[in-house]
Design a protein around this ligand. Structure first.
Ligand code: MRU
Length: 365
C-alpha cells in the first residue's frame, strides 16, 4: 500500500545490513515511523509490544526473527530457544506458530552454516505468499460484495468491520479489508463502519488511518453502536479477520467480534470472516480450546491519546482501586458465521466447507 506516494509493505529486509524494518504501529495514527529490528530480542519485543500486530504479520515478523537469531548462532540449541521465545510472545494467533514451524522445518535438516540464509529465504517466501493470499481473498470477497450490492439495489454497500484486518495486520492488502480496497478501486460504492475496538483502538487508530489513506469512505463508531445501526438497516454486511479458525469453523478474533456476530444474526445481517489458510488450526475442533490472550489491565484502565503538543500520553479512566480484566480475543461459534472468504474461494463456516477448500487437511477435520 502507499503512504505519501511511497509503496510499503509492513515488514521488509533492510537495504543496508542484516536487519528487518517495520512500521511502528504503536505510533499510528499520530505519526508514521519505521523501526529496525536487528536481533531476536527486537523481533520478540516488537510482537509483544504490538509494534507489529495482526495474525499474519506477527507470523512474518517471527520468521524474520528466526533469521536474525540464526545469524548470530545457528546451532540446534539456538534454533529451539528462538522458536520457543517467539511462540511465547502471543498465544492466540495460530499464524505465529505456523510461521515459526515453517522456518524450523526449512532449516532444521541443514548444516548450521546454511541455516541463516535458508531462514531468510523462507521468511521472504512467507511474506510473498501472504501478499498473494490476501490479494486472492480480496478478489473472492469482491464477488461477495458485488452480489450483496446488486441485491441491495442501489446506494453504497455499508460494511461494518471490527479491529484491524487491513494491510497493517498482514504483509500487504489485509484480509477483511482487501475486498473493501478492491471494491473501492473497482468503483463499487462502499462505506465502512469502523468499530473503534477498545481497549487498544485498532479500529479507530489503524483501520480508520488505512481507509483514509486509500480514500475509502468510512465512519468511526463506538464499539457499542453496531447493534443500533444493524437494527436501523444501516449495515449490509459485517466482515472481520481472524486470529485462529478451528477445523469446524469456530472463529477467534479481537474481543467484541462475538457480540457483533450475535447482533448481526439477530438482525439478519450477513456476517463473514476473511482468512488465509495459515489461520486455520486443523488440530483443534472446538473454539473454546483456543487460548485467549489476557493483556495488561492498563489497556482498559487507561486510554492513550495525543496532547495538542504532540505528546502521546495515557489517561486514566477508571478509579485507581477498581480491578480490571482484559481478555484480548473472543470466540464466535461457526453457527453465527455466514461464510468464510479464503484465498481459495468462499465456503460455509463448517468442517465440510473448510475440508472442501483444503482437501489436503480434510482427514484432520
Ligand atoms: O491484537 P491484534 O491487534 O493483533 O488483533 C488483530 C486481530 O484481531 C485481527 O482481526 C486478526 O489478527 C486478523 S488480521 C488479518
Amino acid at each position: 500500500m502507499r503512504v505519501d506516494g511511497t509503496a510499503y509493505r509492513t515488514i521488509w529486509p533492510a537495504a543496508d545490513g542484516p536487519a528487518v524494518e517495520i512500521i511502528d504501529q504503536t505510533k499510528l495514527p499520530h505519526s508514521f515511523e519505521t523501526l529496525r529490528l536487528t536481533g531476536l530480542d527486537d523481533a520478540a519485543h516488537a510482537i509483544t509490544a504490538m509494534q507489529v500486530r495482526g495474525a499474519p504479520l506477527i507470523g512474518a515478523t517471527a520468521a524474520y526473527g528466526l533469521w536474525l537469531a540464526l545469524r548470530v548462532d545457528p546451532s540446534d540449541v539456538s534454533l529451539n530457544r528462538a522458536c520457543e521465545t517467539l511462540i511465547a510472545t502471543r498465544p492466540t494467533a495460530v499464524n505465529l506458530c505456523w510461521a515459526v514451524e515453517a522456518v524450523r522445518a526449512a532449516v532444521a535438516g541443514l548444516p548450521p552454516g546454511e541455516r541463516a540464509d535458508a531462514a531468510f529465504a523462507k521468511a521472504g517466501e512467507i511474506c510473498d505468499a501472504d501478499v498473494a493470499m490476501n490479494r486472492a481473498i480480496g478478489e473472492h470477497g469482491l464477488a461477495l460484495f458485488r452480489e450483496l450490492h446488486a441485491a441491495k439495489g442501489g446506494g453504497p454497500l455499508n460494511v461494518l468491520t471490527h479491529c484491524n484486518a487491513g494491510w497493517l495486520a498482514t504483509v500487504d492488502w489485509g484480509t477483511a479489508l482487501a475486498p473493501i480496497y478492491m471494491a473501492h478501486d473497482a468503483g463499487l460504492p462502499v462505506h465502512v463502519w469502523v468499530d473503534e475496538t477498545r481497549p487498544r483502538n485498532q479500529g479507530a487508530a489503524l483501520t480508520a488511518w488505512e481507509l483514509g489513506r486509500h480514500g475509502v469512505p468510512h465512519t468511526v463508531i463506538a464499539d457499542n453502536a453496531g447493534g443500533l445501526l444493524m437494527r436501523q438497516g444501516r449495515v449490509d454486511l459485517c466482515i472481520t479477520g481472524t486470529d485462529r479458525v478451528t477445523a469446524r469453523g469456530d472463529v477467534a478474533n479481537k474481543i467484541g467480534t462475538y457480540l457483533k456476530a450475535l447482533a448481526a444474526r439477530a438482525n439478519g445481517v450477513p456476517f463473514h470472516v476473511a482468512l488465509p489458510g495459515p489461520t486455520i488450526d486443523w488440530s483443534l475442533s472446538d473454539g473454546d480450546a483456543i487460548p485467549i490472550e489476557e493483556r495488561a489491565g492498563r489497556e482498559v484502565s487507561h486510554i492513550p491519546g495525543r496532547t495538542d503538543d504532540g505528546e502521546i500520553r495515557d489517561v486514566r479512566i477508571t478509579p485507581p482501586d477498581s480491578p480490571v480484566a482484559n481478555p484480548a480475543f473472543d470466540v464466535t461459534p461457526a453457527e453465527l458465521v455466514d461464510g468464510f472468504v479464503t484465498e481459495r474461494g468462499r465456503c460455509s463456516a463448517s468442517a465440510e466447507g473448510l475440508a472442501a477448500l483444503y482437501p489436503e487437511h480434510a482427514s484432520a477435520a
